[in-house]
Write a protein that binds this ligand. Structure first.
Ligand SMILES: Cc1ncc(COP(=O)(O)O)c(C=O)c1O
Length: 400
């Protein structure tokens, strides 16, 4: 196991993140606090755009803008042409899913903790294309049951579509083991890594996913409005994007065009350059911090959070899975989750609420309408978690 961060290192991360001086930020699964240098890079670029002209500035910064692709590819152990930069994880996911060659009768296997927006699109594809959706059974801890998944396989199964870390329940799906199965059976493997990117080390060669979708603003600590799509090189030609422009394709002749050979086929010409540079900076920062050590810190702090919250009378921690992550979900007996969130906010503690439609199947199976969510990052401290537990204890006293 890699060496844990020292107190001095954690303090340094906090000094490099102005927001940590203002709030107890436990909403990293919503959007993490960016390092100051990410914010500064975006602001500087925006200011210069206004001074020198947007097109002229982007031409001058062409090598830096290219570096965003290189950083993203290196971060994932991918190749540059396998990366498309887009606005968020939803766009990345929809571009990929709608391009898949799925036909009537094809079966999509997915999880019970699938993200709401993804599932809505499975339903749409079922309605429009006649695909079938099947849920993969879970083991005793609520993760994908790998043996049951193998047993579901048959020629009609074309796609494994997996949310790596669900938005609501603290678990990490065994993405690499699922990748082994996908590869062995030649299946498409679409991995929603929106909550896992920046949280745990991600290597597409080990994950063996055909497609991976991600956002910048969550555990990567990048700006809002950034995201990316990875498509395995050997699969690119099999994906026909839902729409094209002069960046994703070349107009060759009056009646001829060609689609870009790389993942650029999923991009538009126009994009927010300042945000892309911010994303690049956040990935560079994450690589400097080191993913192995930050993941280790996140798991320890999340475990500490679960223990502290479980000691508050009336609180029930609801996380699933043998392998847990930085997302801690809980309910406070007799307290409306939105009121709990608001009470914490008024005391300078940011958390969030995860509602039924975000992960409807899991929520219904567990009889829940909504849960509170405290999501920790490596820059949070035990003292902040103690403040959370104290505030929640105070809420109980206030009520009684
Ligand atoms: C698991 C999961 N997938 C996808 C998304 C959508 O990401 P974005 O808002 O960047 O489009 C979220 C957002 O919270 C998520 O939690």
């Amino acid at each position: 196991m890699s060496q844990a961060f020292s107190a001095a290192e954690i303090e340094a991360f906090r000094q490099q993140t102005e927001g940590t001086q203002h709030v107890v930020h436990l909403n990293n699964a919503g959007a993490a606090l960016p390092p100051d240098r990410v914010r500064d890079r975006v602001l500087k670029y925006l200011r210069e755009e206004a001074l020198y002209g947007a097109y002229e500035l982007s031409a001058r910064h062409a090598p830096d803008l290219q570096q965003t692709y290189q950083h993203t590819a290196r971060f994932l152990n991918a190749e540059r042409e396998e990366i498309a930069l887009v606005e968020n994880a939803t766009i990345a996911w929809n571009l990929a899913f709608s391009s898949l060659p799925l036909q009537k009768g094809d079966v999509v296997l997915t999880t019970k903790t699938e993200y709401g927006s993804n599932f809505i699109n499975y339903l749409k594809a079922k309605e429009e294309k006649g695909i079938e959706i099947e849920l993969i059974p879970t083991d005793a801890e609520g993760s994908v049951d790998l043996a049951a998944l193998e047993a579901q396989l048959r020629p009609a199964v074309r796609l494994l579509a997996i949310t790596h870390i669900p938005t609501n329940s603290g678990l990490v799906q065994p993405a690499e083991a699922i990748g082994d199965i996908a590869e062995r059976h030649g299946l498409w493997y679409l991995l929603d890594s929106c909550q896992s990117i920046g949280q745990l080390p991600m290597d597409v060669k080990k994950l063996k996913c055909s497609i991976l979708t991600a956002t910048g603003r969550k555990y990567l600590r990048g700006p809002r409005g950034t995201g990316f799509l990875y498509v395995q090189k050997k699969r690119l030609d099999q994906l026909s994007p839902p729409y094209l422009d002069q960046h994703s394709a070349n107009w060759l002749d009056t009646d001829a065009y060609e689609i870009h050979p790389g993942a650029q086929r999923f991009e538009n010409w126009e994009s927010n350059k300042a945000l892309r540079l911010g994303l690049s900076e956040s990935i560079a920062y994450a690589m400097e911090v080191g993913m192995d050590r930050s993941w280790q810190r996140i798991q320890l702090l999340a475990q500490y959070t679960r223990t502290q919250l479980a000691e508050v009378p009336g609180i029930q921690v609801l996380d699933l899975g043998k392998q847990k992550c930085g997302i801690v979900s809980f309910r406070y007996q007799d307290h409306d989750p939105v009121r709990v969130q608001q009470y914490l906010l008024e005391r300078g503690i940011n958390t969030s609420v995860s509602d039924r439609p975000f992960t409807l199947i899991d929520m219904d199976q567990r009889g829940m309408r909504s849960v509170n969510r405290a999501s920790v990052h490596y820059y949070n401290t035990e003292a902040e978690i103690d403040r959370l537990a104290e505030a929640l204890t105070g809420l109980r006293k206030e009520r009684s």
